[in-house]
Design a protein around this ligand. Structure first.
Ligand code: AHR
Length: 514
């Protein structure tokens, strides 16, 4: 008998659904595919709103318990996500950031205006040394984004030297004087951001020339060379990937790409984070699933220009972007985070896994308090969002080996004469040798029986977690911080056949019991 052992809440969600849809998913464990780079689970932390200041950094003198200024509750929760890579300091902010403002005694650092994000004072309390301290505390790696928009090649080259040089140069000695003897490890280095927009409103050919110009002077010791990131295109545009992969391949390891999920697809009226209709749920998922086509089209361009597959396709900004929460600073991009966001995250993970060969790094925007955040804070309080839970459930996919996975007879989810796949599936062999299966049910009204046809692997059952709720916009609040969280999930194979009951509007991640 199939034993789904969810909470009472999930049981009632199941019971309220109409008859189960029957779906077959085939997984071939005899044909391992590319490794899902753990950096697919990277996160973006920008000097934006309370994303860094308040959300992560409270300063060493704060009453909020902290480690050298980084709040203990937030970093403790983030450590549990095994975040592999953090991008900093922006975003649009990066192209106005001058790294020398953020080194040396904090009380002597200049105060600037954060012109992109709310026009607030930026006192530079978090600079290079503080960021790398966070990287150490989290046990993660650093993706530093340089300033091409308003900086010079010299400034960018000197920052890289300051961070990575082990020599006796004046810049390396200055780093030592500022408290860091050993060079920092910069895993990725971005040369500008969104050059087509806030990074300078450039044409791709102009940026490619500038990229090559700057990259020529970005020197590091040979063993300390970061992966270099050329800032690419967005949404339905492959021109940037085409131009950069032809003109800048010699100087880059990968080309970035940004795509945000707006329920309406319109920037002037994006849609609300909570209190939305089923039509808005549907349109949000429809929008987010465009990611697959964008990746396919860009990868086709890369395959033409870079058949050796040297270049990665880095989706280094993605996630939901709603109308800001009423009553909050519009420049702070604060929004609530619901079950819908967890489903969006999981759908994107499954898409990234399917393109693991080229999609070697992605960054959700953003880590704390901004856009599709993992964590929301209010003074000394903190809550974990449904997106946080989705990231945690998918940890076994970090550096796992993808397995060919096909949904064979999907029952589409339809609204207003439009349809989406009802079930999204992904599977991989984890580093622990187990087979992991991730399933997303996009349909908020109907549960599914997913029959798993697993080739090359015994299956006596499956054990893991399910994330679902009664309401499409279920979310955690400071009064009810555990309103939505994962529940244990298990199923037993019957006559060697494994069927997973997947509740309506849910994310299920299990390991297969051999
Ligand atoms: O993530 C917020 C902003 O969105 C970033 O700063 C920018 O790169 C993008 O437009």
């Amino acid at each position: 008998m199939n034993v789904f052992k969810p909470t009472i809440l999930a049981l009632s969600v199941l019971a309220s659904a109409s008859a189960f849809a029957q779906v077959n998913v085939s997984i071939d464990a005899t044909k391992p595919g590319p490794v899902i780079n753990k950096n697919v689970y990277g996160q973006f932390a920008e000097h934006l709103g309370t994303g860094i200041y308040e959300g992560l950094w409270v300063g060493p003198d704060s009453k909020i318990p902290n480690t050298r200024g980084w709040r203990n509750d937030v970093v403790g929760a983030l450590k549990e996500l095994k975040v592999p890579l953090v991008r900093w300091p922006g975003g649009c902010f990066a192209d106005e950031y001058h790294w020398r403002d953020g080194i040396g005694p904090r009380n002597k650092r200049p105060v600037k205006v954060n012109t992109h994000w709310g026009g607030v004072a930026e006192d530079n309390a978090v600079g290079t040394h503080e960021f790398f301290d966070l990287v150490d505390i989290l046990g993660t790696e650093a993706y530093v984004n340089g300033n091409l928009g308003s900086g010079t090649p010299q400034e960018m080259a000197e920052w890289l030297e300051y961070m990575t040089s082990d020599s006796k140069s004046t810049l390396a000695e200055q780093r030592r004087k500022n408290g860091r003897k050993e060079p920092y490890k910069v895993a990725f280095f971005g040369v500008g951001n969104e050059a087509w927009g806030c990074g300078g409103n450039m044409k791709p050919e102009y940026y490619a020339n500038l990229y090559n110009h700057y990259a020529t002077f970005l020197k590091t010791p040979p063993n300390a060379r970061p992966k270099m990131v050329a800032s690419g295109g967005h949404s339905d545009d492959t021109t940037w990937t085409d131009v950069l992969s032809r003109e800048s391949a010699k100087f880059t390891d990968g080309i970035s790409f940004h795509f945000y999920t707006l329920p309406t697809g319109e920037w002037d009226k994006k849609g609300a984070a909570t209190g939305f209709t089923e039509s808005e749920w549907f349109k949000t998922l429809q929008q987010t699933m465009r990611m697959d086509g964008f990746i396919r089209r860009n990868v086709a361009v890369l395959d033409k220009n870079d058949p050796q597959k040297k270049l990665g396709f880095y989706v280094d900004e993605w996630g939901t972007w709603y109308d800001v929460e009423p009553g909050t600073n519009p420049g702070f991009l604060f929004q609530r985070n619901t079950l819908r966001d967890a489903v969006v995250a999981a759908l994107n993970f499954n898409i990234f896994h399917a393109h693991a060969e080229r999609v070697r790094m992605t960054m959700i925007a953003q880590m704390v308090n901004v856009l599709q955040a993992m964590i929301i804070t209010d003074k000394d309080k903190m809550l974990l969002t449904p997106t946080y839970h989705a990231y945690k459930m998918y940890i076994p996919f970090q550096d796992a080996t993808s397995l060919p996975t096909a949904v064979n007879n999907d029952v589409a989810y339809s609204v207003d004469n439009a349809s989406l796949p009802g079930i999204s599936a992904s599977s991989a062999r984890g580093k622990d040798g187990k087979v992991y299966v991730a399933l997303v049910n996009t349909n908020p009204n109907q549960a599914s029986d997913v029959n798993i046809d697993l080739k090359g692997q015994a299956a006596t059952g499956a054990t893991g977690q399910v994330l679902t709720a009664e309401a499409m916009d279920a979310h955690n609040t400071f009064d009810k911080p555990q309103a939505i969280k994962p529940a244990p999930y298990s199923a037993k194979a019957v006559n060697g056949k494994l069927t997973l009951k997947v509740p309506a509007k849910s994310v299920v991640v299990v390991s297969v019991d051999a």
